[in-house]
Ligand binder design. Structure first.
Ligand code: OAD
Length: 256
């Protein structure tokens, strides 16, 4: 345990030194890439790993368009619970620390694979949602979108045009929203610093963003309890739960 704490402290010191050096050279252009691990402390489950959603559900049965259109009522019932969970969730210390990175001018964008709006609730301004948003629904015919303040009471919900509404999230085998992903690639290519937080690096294209940044000379800092493949390209790996490590990192970075 003590060894683990020392290792974390050394990694945090290294990250702070790299950032201070970078700040002396230029005005930093940075971004944060986040995944489900950031929202775990807000009681929103991750997808992979112990207690992950894909341990409990077969994604082919719940997260593909085919499955969805085959039995919208069944899947909407399940999604109804998810929408309520997300609408009631509150940002945790990690979301708040990520907002602080923006205030410190170390990051100008949050590129997130999360669909829970918790970065926005924590105050982050430029949030790019590459996998959509679970609290928004979209008509399967006319494309009309609606933001929910509570889960739909009548299942499945229908649009005024008479067609089914679906959640406005990216399902398996679907393409990512074009505007968001092209903006994300552009940011990744132009950044000097990237914080990769709470993502397994299993899903492309989002997982390739830090690789692009690294190839263009950016400093890459990874926060995760597990050694993901992003650790291979990281300048610093800060191992641990991000709701614990990020506040310590910020405290170290901002101390006189
Ligand atoms: P995953 O569930 O694949 O990975 C979660 C990551 O969070 C893992 O690397 C964990 O080690 C890490 N983690 C767990 N607890 C953490 C904590 N307290 N602090 C920091 N990290 C923690 O989630 P994503 O990488 O977001 O796509 O998954 C990517 C995409 O796969 C999702 O957006 C979703 C899914 O299929 C779509 O729905 C399109």
């Amino acid at each position: 345990m003590i060894f683990f704490v020392i290792e974390m402290k050394q990694a945090i010191d290294k990250a702070c030194n790299l950032i201070i050096k970078l700040q002396q050279l230029k005005k930093i252009r940075g971004y944060v890439l986040t995944g489900a691990g950031v929202s775990k402390a807000s009681d929103i489950p991750t997808f992979r790993g112990e207690d992950g959603l894909w341990e409990r559900y077969d994604f082919e049965e719940v997260a593909t368009y085919d499955a969805w259109i085959r039995n919208p009522e069944k899947i909407w019932k399940l999604y109804q619970e998810g929408i309520d969970l997300i609408l009631n969730a509150q940002p945790n210390a990690a979301h708040k620390a990520i907002f602080q990175l923006e205030n410190l001018n170390l990051s100008q964008f949050v590129i997130t694979q999360n669909v829970d709006s918790l970065h926005q609730k924590a105050g982050s301004k430029n949030v790019i949602e590459v996998h959509g948003n679970f609290t928004r629904i979209k008509c399967t015919a006319c494309g009309r979108k609606q933001i929910l303040s509570k889960s739909p009471e009548k299942i499945p919900p229908f649009c005024d045009c008479g067609s089914l509404f679906r959640p406005d999230v990216v399902l398996f085998n679907e393409s990512l929203p074009e505007k968001e992903i092209s903006k994300a690639f552009d940011i990744a290519a132009k950044s000097d610093l990237v914080f990769v937080i709470g993502t397994s690096a299993e899903v492309i294209p989002a997982a390739t963003l830090p690789l692009i940044s690294k190839r263009n000379g950016a400093v890459v800092i990874v926060f995760n309890p597990e050694k993901t493949t992003h650790v291979q390209i990281a300048d610093v790996f800060i191992q641990g739960k991000c709701e614990e490590t990020l506040p310590i990192f910020l405290q170290e970075l901002t101390k006189e």
